[in-house]
Design a protein around this ligand. Structure first.
Ligand SMILES: NC(=O)c1ccc[n+]([C@@H]2O[C@H](COP(=O)([O-])OP(=O)(O)OC[C@H]3O[C@@H](n4cnc5c(N)ncnc54)[C@H](O)[C@@H]3O)[C@@H](O)[C@H]2O)c1
Length: 266
């Protein structure tokens, strides 16, 4: 039980990766606040945790709304105590060609993906600095590291890496660790619309991954729990790609550059 007695907030905890993180943190003893703008999803995940014997509370939170975020942190404090672990997981990527990307979509995607982590971090840092202890884990994306489309979302995810480093340096002296994970493609509901248009999308995308498959939320959960735990006590300001090798390089491109090289693809 790596998080016995600790209080963790998972934003966007009602679906996909957030749901798995909420369940895994709770299984390791944390009291988990499942914060999601879709209240019934948050409640369903909190119920799953309770049924499994864990401690959890659902909170309907829009991470772009500062008063809602403050209310969420206050609710957590009253129910379980000051927040010790914050996972900034909520995000949104809207598919649109760059020239058709509306100002409204840009503002909304960036607000959920970047302003949300700003507001949530600000809301938990007072307690963390006072207690000289805390962990903030930002879920970024491989889109923060190299180009994969979704310009607004990607710019926001790149911004999260800067925020991660800023807060790690600024609040390290107060015992607060801040890290980021950059996942590759994950099998989550976020892909539902794309899969409806293209049922083979995961199979096609898988071929770009050196490890030959896309990721499951559980692949990220292992890294997230490690970075939030005391085993990572001297890790701060780090960005960990959890991406099946995707951002390590491009085998097809390498083979085309090295003329005549053998194809080592199994
Ligand atoms: N799925 C992928 O391929 C992939 C790849 C790289 C990174 N990620 C990152 O992983 C994280 C989780 O993504 P996912 O695939 O599980 O997505 P998802 O769409 O399944 O879940 C996102 C959750 O965030 C919630 N949410 C949206 N707007 C919110 C708001 N304003 N306030 C609070 N909650 C809000 C949604 O209701 C939903 O429950 C995100 O940060 C995403 O960028 C996902």
């Amino acid at each position: 039980m790596r998080f016995q007695g600790r209080v963790a907030v998972i934003t966007g905890g009602g679906s996909g990766l957030g749901r798995v993180l909420a369940r895994r943190f709770a299984a390791e003893g944390a009291s988990v606040i499942v914060a999601d703008v879709v209240g019934h999803s948050a409640t369903a995940v909190a119920d799953e945790i309770s049924e499994a014997g864990g401690r959890s509370l659902a909170h309907t939170t829009d991470v772009t709304d500062s008063s809602g975020v403050e209310a969420m942190v206050e609710t957590a404090r009253e129910a379980f105590g000051p927040v010790q672990i914050l996972v900034n997981n909520a995000a949104r990527a809207t598919d649109a060609d760059f020239l058709d990307l509306s100002e409204e979509t840009w503002e909304e995607d960036v607000a959920i993906t970047l302003k949300g982590p700003f507001l949530c971090s600000q809301a938990v840092l007072a307690d963390m600095t006072e207690n000289r202890s805390g962990v903030i884990l930002n879920i970024a994306s491989v889109n923060a590291l190299t180009y994969f489309g979704n310009e607004a979302y990607s710019a926001a995810k790149a911004g999260i890496l800067s925020l991660t480093r800023s807060l790690a340096v600024r609040y390290g002296p107060f015992g607060v660790r801040v890290n980021a994970i950059a996942p590759g493609t994950l099998r989550t509901p976020a892909w539902e619309q794309r899969r409806q248009k293209d049922p083979e999308v995961f199979e096609r995308v898988s071929k770009w991954y050196p490890l030959g498959r896309i990721g499951e939320p559980e692949d990220v959960a292992g890294a997230a729990l490690f970075l939030a735990s005391d085993e990572a006590a001297w890790i701060s300001g780090a960005v960990l790609p959890v991406d099946g090798g995707l951002t390590a390089g491009n085998l097809q491109m390498a083979q085309e550059i090295v003329i005549g090289s053998e194809d080592h693809t199994p």
